[in-house]
Design a protein around this ligand. Structure first.
Ligand SMILES: Nc1ncnc2c1ncn2[C@@H]1O[C@H](COP(=O)(O)OP(=O)(O)OP(=O)(O)O)[C@@H](O)[C@H]1O
Ligand SMILES: [Mg+2]
Length: 144
């Protein structure tokens, strides 16, 4: 049960809370954990248009690495398998696709993310994944 856990990370405190929670579950079930960051950008950048300076893309890559490094620290001395992955595209679509293609058994993510607009209880990425993921999805709050 819960052999492979996917933890989407966007740099928010609730995503870090999800990473902490995933460690506990992984320790209990002997699961492997993947910390996944999606670099969100327009099709314009994807097309390699010259109008988008490469420095913009590089800084997004850099930020992605930092965000994953920060989440990795939660797994210090973790007696199991943890890895990180960066992908490009629409976060909800990508998280869902990756979870299906790689047969993840559980997704653990934050309820809100870096935008944290107070008007909604749940962010658009969490909402998308809850609707379309093929495996169980656990939504974590800061206080969990
Ligand atoms: N780019 C991303 N890469 C990986 N995981 C992400 C990404 N964006 C969001 N997530 C995951 O989704 C959770 C909820 O974030 P979400 O983006 O849905 O909320 P938000 O930022 O508060 O609102 P908004 O809908 O305005 O983005 C995060 O805690 C994180 O686990
Ligand atoms: Mg967000």
């Amino acid at each position: 049960m819960f052999r492979k856990i996917l933890v989407p990370i966007d740099g928010s405190t609730e995503a870090l809370a999800a990473a902490k929670y995933s460690r506990k579950i992984a320790e209990k079930f002997g699961s492997s954990v993947t910390l996944l960051h999606i670099i969100q950008h327009s099709a314009y950048i994807m097309s390699g248009a010259h109008a988008v300076p490469s420095s913009v893309i590089e800084s997004l890559d850099e930020r992605g690495k930092e965000v994953l490094e920060q989440a990795s620290e939660i797994f210090q001395d973790f007696d199991g398998y943890v890895t990180t992955r960066i992908e490009y595209g629409h976060p909800g679509i990508k998280i869902t696709e990756i979870s299906k293609e790689n047969n993840y058994s559980l997704i653990i993510m934050g309820r809100r993310g870096i935008s944290d607009v107070a008007k909604l209880l749940i962010g658009s990425v969490s909402n998308y994944v809850l609707h379309y993921a093929a495996c169980p999805t656990l939504i974590i709050r800061d206080s969990d």
